[in-house]
Ligand binder design. Structure first.
Ligand code: AMP
Length: 187
């Protein structure tokens, strides 16, 4: 089963992808996690991505599309995967369609986690304190929410037109939201 977890920063995509992995054995692919590993390792990819990430800007499409194209062909993705934080632009979504077509893989559901802005800011500031993510500062948070609205929000209608969009209210406890995910996709 191939899924996309869509939603603004702080919507709980990563948390829910981890819970889903424990339940189903289907892997989580987070472009944010892959990029953070590259930044801490100081690789060429990390050096390229760091300045964008710190400002809350998107890393160029070509970079993340290349990451995903390679990652989804690894052997642990045979059962399927959850894309967490990808795609984030229409160009990424279209490139993903092309890659999946080529590999003859279908996209089953796009789960769109809906959470009000005030709640997102509260969660992201809380995460900054708990995890110390360098992009969870007020300046970057504000920009990431703006970038989401400008660049990523259009994906909601893109997938609605393809009839694979499933909206989920992302407020409430982690367990409650996990139950809604389960009820929506049936796994
Ligand atoms: P995340 O952990 O998903 O919130 O991602 C953290 C940061 O990594 C984002 O603010 C972007 O700078 C970068 N990033 C992650 N995924 C993408 C993507 N699909 N396209 C562009 N940039 C991304």
């Amino acid at each position: 089963m191939q899924l996309i977890f869509l939603g603004p920063p702080g919507a709980g995509k990563g948390t829910q992808a981890k819970i889903f992995l424990e339940r189903s054995g289907i892997v989580q692919i987070s472009t944010g996690d892959i990029l953070r590993v590259a930044v801490s390792a100081g690789t060429e990819l990390g050096l390229k991505a760091k300045s964008f990430m710190d400002k809350g800007e998107l890393v160029p499409d070509s970079v993340v599309i290349g990451i995903i194209e390679e990652r989804i062909q690894e052997s642990d993705c045979k059962k399927g995967f959850v894309l967490d934080g990808f795609p984030r632009t229409l160009e990424q979504a279209k490139a993903l369609d092309g890659i999946l077509d080529k590999l003859k893989i279908a996209l089953n559901h796009v789960i769109n986690f809906e959470v009000p802005d005030e709640e997102l800011v509260k969660r992201l500031l809380g995460r900054a304190a708990a995890e110390g993510r360098s992009d969870d500062n007020p300046e970057s948070i504000k920009n990431r929410l703006k970038v989401f609205k400008e660049k990523t929000q259009p994906l909601i209608s893109y997938y609605a037109e393809k009839k694979i969009l499933r909206n989920i209210n992302g407020t409430g406890s982690t367990t409650e939201i996990a139950e809604k995910v389960k009820a929506t996709i049936g796994v």
